[in-house]
Design a protein around this ligand. Structure first.
Ligand SMILES: [Zn+2]
Length: 267
């Protein structure tokens, strides 16, 4: 079996952004040629909603969308923007289906000014996900303690989801998985020399992991520093196989199974 016959799922990619406006078709062709058959598109703000919908329309078998407001776009008017985004979640055009509320969370790396608003927006969206039986996709940067405090408030058996672009330590990994219905999204950082994930991933069961590129950001080695794209997911899967001491096939099938189950994807 060659690696292209093994199918992978990119659980977090922003191929709808304008960084891909000039060559989106080619990027998608490379993605399919590399064995990535399914990609999940997390929304970021109101402006990106039509872009996510366009890709879902154009590649209905491959593209699954999410709806949510990213913490970096939360400001004093977040309530109004979220309302408009969630109107699409609840009445999607052409019977489209969304697979998650995302991406949502806390980002105190760029800006601490709206910490209170980010927290409120996270809790509101987590509750919306629970009401709708959807998983959440969590973005957290420089805010683990704050995020865990919010999770302690909102978590129950009905809450589930993915800690996307996981780059925490073992302590954070264990705490995240202790919530129950959660998985860790592993991306390009796992291929970086000083990424630190080589110390965490050996202790985490493969069943708790899903793969993602977070394109166009955080390109894996050997493309580090350049625009990321979903076809590069193969490098992340290979690295994870190496760290876990298992085959590429096993990484592919176990992480795919986890993603299919979490997001209710068609097999
Ligand atoms: Zn993202």
């Amino acid at each position: 079996m060659t690696s292209t016959e093994i199918k992978l799922i990119d659980t977090h990619t922003h191929l709808y952004l304008d960084q891909f406006d000039d060559d989106r078709e080619e990027v998608m062709i490379r993605c399919f040629e590399s064995g990535i058959e399914t990609i999940l598109l997390p929304n970021i703000n109101l402006e990106s909603v039509p872009r996510v919908l366009d890709m879902m329309k154009k590649w209905p078998k491959a593209c699954y969308g999410m709806m949510g407001l990213h913490p970096c776009y939360v400001n004093e008017d977040w309530g109004k923007e979220l309302e408009s985004i969630m109107a699409t979640l609840d009445s999607p055009p052409d019977d489209m289906d969304f697979v998650a509320v995302g991406e949502i969370g806390l980002d105190l790396y760029w800006e601490k000014k709206f910490k209170a608003e980010q927290s409120e927006a996270f809790l509101t969206q987590a509750r919306m996900a629970k009401e709708r039986g959807l998983p959440i996709v969590i973005h957290v940067r420089d805010a683990w303690e704050e995020l865990f405090t919010l999770m302690d408030k909102v978590n129950d058996e009905s809450l589930r989801g993915v800690f996307h672009c996981f780059t925490g330590g073992l302590k954070e990994a264990e705490r995240a998985l202790d919530y129950g219905g959660f998985l860790l999204g592993i991306g390009g950082v796992s291929t970086y020399k000083n990424g630190g994930l080589d110390k965490v991933l050996p202790s985490i069961p493969l069943e708790s992991l899903v793969l993602e590129t977070d394109s166009p950001y955080l390109s894996p080695v050997p493309h580090r520093g350049k625009r990321n794209e979903s076809s590069y997911l193969v490098h992340i899967a290979k690295k994870l196989a190496e760290i876990k001491g298992v085959s590429f096939e096993e990484v592919a099938s176990v992480t795919k199974e986890g993603a299919v189950k979490m997001f209710g994807l068609k097999k």
